[in-house]
Design a protein around this ligand. Structure first.
Ligand SMILES: Nc1ncnc2c1ncn2[C@@H]1O[C@H](COP(=O)(O)OP(=O)(O)O)[C@@H](O)[C@H]1O
Ligand SMILES: [Mg+2]
Length: 307
């Protein structure tokens, strides 16, 4: 087996294989939106689907009918959630299967994804609105952190996929995220926007409040250098989409990466990020930018681990 920080074992093999999609649902409104997305998403026509509803059954030493009935009713309920979802998707995925494992949902979903192995894991996540802040369920966040395969976290209303925003920082994982999208059967009606954000370096704290002309020039030079370094990464991805007949629009802006990506997300139906970027803190499973994007974007986010 590969270690958790390396890419998904099947991802490198690319084309020619049937894509396996694991949809995790708990029957909530968000999970139903995730199912709707799976039905309408541009996935290969022969993609195969498995629906998983994990159930946590409280253990009890009491071997009495009331307790056993209660436990069984939880299993039945989970079974019927999975079955309803399977039926809902039967037109698009006639051979979909269901799984109803018992245990912690994160563990069970990740175990099933690794065992199959899944090429894409789809989960729903709650959006409570702007004032309350966006709430990411512990399951969606846990799964996005630990899955080996790409994870699509469906948030908000299920909208028709017309515009895809891909955030690129020049890292291998961001490139892998773009490559995953480029392999999907996208129609030329879909717009792809590539966004690179250059962060201005912090001025030394001892610098006077109004930077001297010389410091300002130095700062601008560094920003220009960073922009020039990022552009080829966007151009490479744009070329990959162009080869598929899709014109991708590229933009490199200066600002805080998460803020700029969240802002640009307003004009997109799907936001795509790598699980990690150029950061050097090795043990982090999900980078701070991708985690902020997951938390604050109010629409579906695809997180791809790879590269
Ligand atoms: N400056 C940036 N411009 C555009 N996208 C970015 C930027 N920084 C991060 N991202 C996106 O977020 C993903 C995760 O990066 P990040 O959270 O910064 O992880 P790390 O801590 O490893 O750098 C990247 O793969 C990329 O998709
Ligand atoms: Mg980073």
């Amino acid at each position: 087996m590969t270690t958790p920080t390396t890419g998904h074992p099947r991802a490198a093999d690319g084309e020619g294989m049937v894509m396996r999609v694991l949809l995790a649902t708990d029957g909530s409104e968000e999970a139903r939106a995730a199912a709707t997305w799976v039905a309408s998403c541009p996935l290969p026509p022969d993609a195969s689907l498995r629906v998983v509803t994990a159930v946590t059954v409280p253990t009890s030493a009491l071997d009495v009918p009331a307790v056993l009935d209660f436990q069984q009713s939880l299993r039945d309920e989970a079974g019927s959630v999975a079955e309803t979802t399977r039926a809902q998707l039967a037109t698009r995925f006639p051979r979909a299967e269901i799984r109803v494992p018992e245990g912690d949902p994160r563990d069970e979903i990740l175990r099933l994804a690794d065992e199959w192995p899944a090429d894409l894991l789809v989960v729903g996540a709650r959006v409570l609105g702007r004032l309350a802040g966006f709430v990411m369920g512990s399951v969606s966040l846990g799964v996005a952190r630990h899955a080996l395969c790409p994870v699509l976290v469906v948030k908000g209303r299920a909208a028709l996929l017309q515009t895809i925003l891909i955030a690129l920082d020049g890292s291998e994982q961001a490139a892998a995220a773009a490559a995953f999208v480029a392999r999907l059967p996208l129609t030329s009606a879909i717009k792809v926007r590539l966004l690179g954000v250059v962060e201005a370096p912090r001025s030394p704290p001892s610098a006077p409040p109004a930077l001297t002309a010389q410091l300002r020039t130095g700062l601008h030079r560094i920003i220009e250098e960073r922009q020039a370094a990022l552009r080829p990464a966007l151009a490479g991805v744009a070329a990959a989409f162009a080869a598929r007949g899709i014109a991708a629009e590229s933009r490199v802006v200066v600002g805080h990466p998460a803020d700029e990506i969240v802002r640009a997300a307003e004009g997109a139906d799907l936001v795509v990020v790598g699980a990690r970027g150029l950061g050097v803190f090795k043990r982090l499973l999900l980078g701070s930018v991708s985690e902020a994007v997951l938390r604050h974007v109010d629409r579906p986010v695809l997180v791809v681990r790879g590269g």
